[in-house]
Design a protein around this ligand. Structure first.
Ligand SMILES: Cc1cc2nc3c(=O)[nH]c(=O)nc-3n(C[C@H](O)[C@H](O)[C@H](O)COP(=O)(O)OP(=O)(O)OC[C@H]3O[C@@H](n4cnc5c(N)ncnc54)[C@H](O)[C@@H]3O)c2cc1C
Length: 355
């Protein structure tokens, strides 16, 4: 793998766009990044600052970026990764145009569309802070670079919640996982548990039932996943469901060997001799970057209007980080498209009313 010197994206040597400069070969994700590199080496004057910065490269941010490009906006995408949570989805059956697609396959298509068909400038980096400045907002990244824009689209999605019980830190990756398919190799032929009752937990059960010898599905309420996936997993003979149970702790020596659970409202504790536990108990909204500017609901999600505008002029938000109903790829993508269109409207109104 090589690193694109412009956007810092990891690129395959064989697929990359290359250029020779000063006797060295450089590798780029796209012709767009190569052109920016060559413009810079030719000492062209720097481009004017972007009108719009999009933060987050999941389905919402990537769609916002493609729309911004289609709408000929001067936009810049900054993201810690490409794909967001969708990369972890092993079986997507609810995205239009596909009967079945995996998360990595779908994100490859999104990525191709962004960097080859609808290029906008992009940078692979975490945004650490956002400040209000005259005429807009200033974004500071983890590599201490600062970028200003008149409007922002926050599409930072969600990250996994933890159980916060004894042993959770100690057995991280020593039997305790948060659900990447690569981790399944550790539990081949073993007794395991999946904690959670939503779509991601049940997808894990679907993926594990041919790998693990038996699965305990532990959920502190009733299962909340889509009925179709609940029905499918209920047919598996090696799954025992513990509805209404809480996890008490994790234990073991060098690696995990047991989990203890307790029925809610009761005192009896049951010990399950599992060598692997996959935790999928939901997510929290990554809204802290703008929590001092915009209104959040009780779940910490950014409250948005129908056009994805927030309570603060110039800050738009899209996807799972918002209070929009439905945490789904297709919904996040649709909201990303809407946010880009609304940001364009906002920016052109600003230009029209500027003194
Ligand atoms: C295991 C699993 C299976 C799923 N299966 C399905 C399914 O089958 N069908 C379906 O429709 N949905 C599914 N989902 C839900 C779906 O993936 C999400 O609804 C969707 O990805 C939300 O998109 P998003 O762009 O809003 O946020 P995310 O996908 O969370 O993306 C957020 C992006 O923001 C970036 N980011 C966050 N903070 C910063 C920062 N400070 N600086 C820079 N970048 C930042 C992240 O790196 C990421 O790129 C699944 C989710 C999981 C976890």
């Amino acid at each position: 793998m090589k690193k694109d010197p412009v956007c810092k994206m990891e690129v395959e040597e064989t697929d990359a766009v290359t250029t020779e400069y000063d006797g060295e070969t450089y590798y780029f994700c796209s012709t767009g990044c190569r052109d920016l590199f060559l413009d810079d080496k030719g000492s062209n004057p720097p481009d004017e600052p972007p009108d719009l910065i999009i933060i987050g490269g999941g389905p919402a941010g990537l769609t916002a970026a493609v729309y911004a490009s289609t709408l000929k906006m001067n936009a810049f995408l900054i993201t810690a990764d490409l794909g967001g949570q969708a990369i972890d989805s092993t079986k997507i059956r609810n995205y239009m145009g596909y009967d079945f697609v995996t998360g990595p396959e779908l994100i490859d298509k999104f990525k191709y569309q962004l960097i080859h068909s609808h290029y906008i400038k992009h940078l692979m980096c975490e945004v650490e802070t956002i400040e209000a400045v005259d005429g807009g907002y200033r974004v500071t990244t983890a590599d201490f670079k600062r970028y200003s824009a008149r409007a922002l689209i926050v599409a930072t999605g969600m990250t996994r919640r933890r159980l916060n019980v004894p042993g959770e830190d100690e057995f991280q990756r020593k039997g305790l996982f948060y659900g990447n398919i690569q981790d399944f190799a550790f539990v081949h032929g073993k007794e395991v548990a999946v904690v959670g009752g939503g779509n991601s937990a049940l997808q894990m059960v679907e993926n594990l039932h041919g790998v693990a010898s038996s699965i305990h599905l532990i959920c502190d309420s009733r299962l909340t996943a889509d009925p179709a996936i609940i029905e499918n997993t209920s047919r598996f003979g090696n799954v025992r469901t513990h509805e209404g149970y809480k996890v008490v702790d994790f234990s073991g020596e060098a690696s995990l060997s047991a989990i203890r659970i307790r029925k809610k409202g009761g005192e009896d504790i049951e010990r399950l001799p599992v060598e692997g536990v996959f935790v999928a108990i939901g997510f929290r909204a990554n809204s802290s970057l703008v929590s001092s500017f915009v209104k959040l609901n009780k779940r910490g999600e950014i409250m948005i209007n129908h056009d994805c505008s927030s309570s603060r002029p110039g800050i738009f938000a899209a996807g799972d980080v918002t209070d929009a109903f439905g945490k789904r790829i297709i919904i996040a993508s649709g909201e990303g498209a809407k946010a880009a269109m609304a940001a364009r409207q906002y920016l052109s109104n600003m230009k029209r009313t500027a003194p």
